[in-house]
Design a protein around this ligand. Structure first.
Ligand code: FES
Length: 110
């Protein structure tokens, strides 16, 4: 799967794609060990993997590749690539997922 061309086709759902496959500055909704997750790789190559469940009322956020934000389709909350609230009504950041090559995905304590 070529992530770059996949993005150009406007498909953000990268089922089974590992976050390492992302290019620097790219984000995507991925499936990681059966869970929907949001992944972003910053310019230094650091990966951010988030729970895509909006902290307002539980809709699923989508990656906004133009703004580099996670946007909720339900009531307009927006989160930065690392999950911080940019616009409400959500008040809490997206949950981080501790991602690694070898360990099961688990949620970090808040
Ligand atoms: Fe996301 Fe309301 S559920 S803004």
């Amino acid at each position: 799967l070529n992530v770059a061309s996949h993005f150009m086709e406007g498909k953000l759902e990268l089922v089974g794609t590992r976050p390492e496959a992302l290019l620097k500055g790219e984000g995507a909704v991925i499936q990681w060990k059966g869970e929907r997750a949001g992944a972003y790789k910053d310019d230094s190559g650091e990966l951010y993997v988030l729970d895509t469940t909006c902290t307002h009322m539980g809709c699923e956020v989508e990656w906004n590749s133009g703004e580099h934000s996670w946007d909720c389709p339900c009531h307009g909350s927006r989160f930065s690539y690392d999950g911080h609230v940019m616009e409400g009504p959500a008040k809490q950041p997206l949950k981080k997922i501790a991602y690694s090559d070898t360990n099961e995905v688990r949620h970090l304590p808040d």
